[in-house]
Ligand binder design. Structure first.
Ligand SMILES: [Zn+2]
Length: 389
């Protein structure tokens, strides 16, 4: 049973062959959802007959947001740490240990329900595809169960046993890397598509990160990496060298780092919620875009450094603070995220794509940045199913 959505004031398709500009915008637009897929896109005047019709009444439509970076398998929260930070203390990688302790102590049911609640929260705000990482277990058993829980909520599952060195291995990080690349990898690989590592002072250095990612790649997991977040470092160059799908954070970049990203297929995924929530310097999206790099945006939802699931918030910050135009930010939050996950069925609204459609209570997608903090998402379809109306 097909549904036509008609009288869309401005439809962002992300397909330049279908409409105006790089976003392929169609005015007074309609689209037809048939099963899980988009069957037709065009002008309302030309829409084919269907059983159901939704009149969008002057609202804009955009592809569902594609969030390529989240940490949703956790227990507890870090309100106290945030409060202290906002009272003057700085952010370091060490706070992750607080969540590791809470996550290890939590039951499967608690972790499952918590992940589901956050996936739902993101979905109702327009995020129809979400990647979820492990990384708060840091034992073979706790990482494997984190990934099995993540896999119940998404197809985009990332093994992040190398989030930080597990507390038990504080005096012998090399032994922890052996665990992460050995028995823990064996237990985790069946649940995951991706492998990730936090390459940073206080987490893993360049050699350790290389060992983790290459071990994962040998098991068929595709690398992605937390790189150059808190300081300059080898992460971005390593990502490009290993053909990682994405280098995430990219806050402290040399000219060589920017050139390497621009000359590669590795997406630069920017996570401005982290800088917002840690009062840190934002990544320079303008510099990356001007160099020709592909940029994605993600909220980086996690209980420590960025406890937001709102892609709209990230779009507003990216436009206001990171030099992106509203069009670029919308593209990065949809098609850019799809590139970072190497997906071509999401992040666009064209015939054959998955029917992930978001209606906004606004005449244009520009309002996502123009009206920060306002809940503009008024309807969401995911794979053709109306999940919010
Ligand atoms: Zn992260």
């Amino acid at each position: 049973m097909a549904t036509a959505v008609t009288h869309i004031a401005a439809l962002v398709t992300n397909d330049p062959s279908l409409g105006d500009g790089p976003l392929g915008i169609v005015h007074d637009a309609a689209l037809v959802i048939d099963g899980e897929r988009i069957a037709w896109v065009g002008r309302t005047a030309d829409v084919p007959a269907t059983d159901n019709r939704v009149v969008a009444e002057g609202r804009a439509a955009v592809p569902g947001f594609v969030d390529s970076h989240s940490h949703l398998v956790f227990a507890g929260d870090r309100t106290e740490e945030f409060n202290a930070r906002m009272s003057g203390r700085s952010y370091t990688a060490g706070g992750i240990r607080t969540t590791v302790a809470a996550t290890r102590a939590a039951s499967n049911n608690v972790l499952h329900a918590n992940a589901g609640r956050h996936v739902r929260e993101a979905l109702l705000q327009g995020t129809t595809t979400i990647e979820i990482k492990s990384g708060y277990g840091l034992t073979t058993e706790d990482e494997a169960r984190s990934l099995s829980i993540a896999a119940a909520h998404t197809d985009e599952v990332t093994y992040l046993g190398a989030h930080i060195v597990a507390p038990e291995f504080a005096d012998d990080p090399a032994a922890y890397v052996e665990l992460v690349t050995g028995p823990m990898l064996d237990a985790c690989a069946p649940y995951a598509r991706w492998i990730d590592v936090f390459c940073e002072t206080g987490a893993f250095d360049g050699d350790q990160a290389r060992a983790v990612l290459t071990a994962g790649a040998r098991r068929g997991l595709v690398p992605r990496i937390h790189a150059n977040q808190l300081s300059y470092g080898p992460g971005v160059q390593l990502a490009v060298e290993l053909g990682a799908a994405s280098a995430d954070h990219c806050t402290h970049l040399t000219d060589d780092d920017v050139a390497a990203l621009a000359g590669s297929d590795t997406v630069a995924t920017l996570l401005p919620g982290a800088e917002f929530s840690t009062r840190a310097r934002y990544p320079d999206a303008r510099r990356l875009l001007d160099a020709g790099a592909t940029v994605a945006l993600s909220p980086d939802c996690n209980p420590g450094s960025s406890y937001t699931s709102s892609m709209a918030f990230c779009i507003a910050v990216a436009v206001r603070e990171m030099g992106m135009t509203p069009d670029e930010a919308l593209w990065s939050a949809t098609a850019g995220g799809a590139r970072a996950l190497r997906r071509d069925d999401v992040g666009r609204l064209a015939p054959g794509a998955r029917a992930d459609v978001v209606l906004l209570d606004a005449p244009s997608h520009v309002h996502l940045a123009y009206r920060p903090g306002v809940p503009l998402v008024s309807a969401v379809w995911r794979a053709g199913e109306l999940v919010r109306s």
